[in-house]
Ligand binder design. Structure first.
Ligand SMILES: [Zn+2]
Length: 416
């Protein structure tokens, strides 16, 4: 795909601080500038009725779980895992993982997301889908066969497969990396946790874990170890400089300090927490006050049920204001910057959509409309390449992927 400078005529653009209007140049490696009208460009884009923003970044996913979307409704986390998800997942295959991932990536692109930090089995089938689609990702795979509690014969072949992927390095022109997943303190032994941590350290790879998602997890960890999950992980020497902790819903101030001291990325997943009735979610004001690096994630399609991170941005803003009785928390600018933190890519949203109107003077209402009301994603640019154009994804066949997911789901569940 062509990489170069593009000129967008008559467009609205939000760049992290303010909304601009006019002729805009999108540079191939992520920058933008105002056009003077005479630059050498590879493409002119009609920006009328388009609102350009940074792309969304989804920091906690289980991409293949589009296969599980809509199952196990009405269950709390532990019943959902033990009665719905885990028994089904014992039948997961490499082929199913690929089909589920294709569906997930199709959804990510069509909703304006260009990065996912994933955790699932068979990472060798997930990474190539991300690479071929043109988006970015960190694909974290386990070091044990499923289940990770050693219930099945432990021949270390899963660990060796992951090590092979890590040693081979990034794929997709460097946009897709592999990482290490250790599911949670309640599913991984100390040995499995530290084996994952050591492997991540050896390859300077991302280390991904669920932490303090429920009160039960926190209470059980304290009963068993005399410490809360983040304290316990710290006592083992688990944290590397690149740890991603999903949820952090029930953490103490001391644990927030530990997370901040390790530079851990702490992923707020408000929809999943509410849907599984966790009874609480991350305290965004306390976490940011402690210096922790907070990002947003949808979690898997089984517990959300959407991978649309724009909806997660709305959920985050609403639950934080509600929980803290403070309408000033996560205003539209802060919310959007949280949801797109670190993005080097661009997306555009359809201003013909009535939900985006009125724009307000100088486009002042655009961002609030986008977060709270909705809009269709029109274009996606990653690393200078146009992977979605005027509402159609160019790198994937959405229709075929949808049909394959449907057929695969029937196969996956036939005897569940
Ligand atoms: Zn998760």
């Amino acid at each position: 795909m062509e990489v170069g400078v593009r000129r967008v005529k008559d467009a609205w653009l939000f760049d992290g601080e303010a909304t601009h209007y006019g002729d805009i140049l999108l540079h191939p490696h992520g920058g933008w500038s105002k056009s003077k009208g005479h630059e050498d460009v590879i493409e002119e884009i009609d920006g009328k009725n388009k609102f350009f923003t940074r792309s969304l970044q989804n920091w906690h996913t289980h991409l293949p779980m589009t296969l599980n979307r809509g199952m196990g409704e009405g269950l709390d986390l532990m019943s959902w895992l033990n009665n719905s998800i885990f028994p089904t997942e014992r039948k997961i295959t490499r082929d199913l993982v690929q089909i589920g991932t294709e569906a997930a990536v199709s959804e990510l692109i069509s909703t304006g997301t260009t990065f996912a930090c994933d955790m699932y089995h068979f990472p060798d089938k997930i990474g190539p889908v991300l690479a071929q689609s043109g988006i970015r990702g960190v694909v974290c795979g386990p070091t044990t066969k499923w289940p990770p509690d050693g219930g099945e014969d432990e021949d270390l072949s899963t660990m060796r497969e992951l090590e092979y992927l890590l040693s081979a390095g990034p794929i997709g022109n460097g946009r897709v990396e592999y990482g290490v997943a250790t599911h949670a303190v309640y599913t991984c032994s100390e040995e499995v946790l530290m084996r994952g941590s050591d492997l991540a350290r050896q390859y300077d790879a991302t280390l991904h874990i669920h932490t303090s998602e429920t009160r039960d997890e926190v209470a059980n960890c304290h009963n068993e170890n005399g410490m809360y999950p983040v304290e316990y992980l710290d006592s083992l020497g688990y944290f590397t400089g690149r740890t991603v902790c999903a949820h952090c819903g029930w953490v103490t101030k001391k644990e927030m300090g530990i997370l901040a001291s390790h530079g851990a990325i702490c992923v707020h997943c408000p929809t999943s927490n509410q849907k599984l009735a966790c009874g609480g979610t991350m305290s965004y004001p306390a976490m940011t006050a402690s210096g922790a690096d907070v990002r947003l994630g949808t979690d898997g399609a089984a517990s959300n049920n959407s991978l649309d991170l724009r909806k997660e941005a709305k959920a985050a803003s609403l639950i934080q204001r509600h929980d803290h009785w403070d309408a000033t928390i996560l205003d539209p600018i802060e919310t959007w910057n949280l949801a797109t933190k670190g993005s080097k890519d661009w997306v555009s949203w359809d201003l013909n959509d009535i939900r985006m109107r009125p724009f307000g003077r100088q486009g002042r209402r655009l961002l609030a409309n986008l977060i709270y009301s909705d809009a269709k994603c029109q274009d996606v640019f990653v690393d200078g390449a146009n992977i979605r154009k005027d509402g159609v994804t160019l790198t994937l066949d959405d229709q075929k992927i949808g049909a394959r997911l449907e057929e695969a789901a029937v196969r996956y569940y036939e005897d569940v």
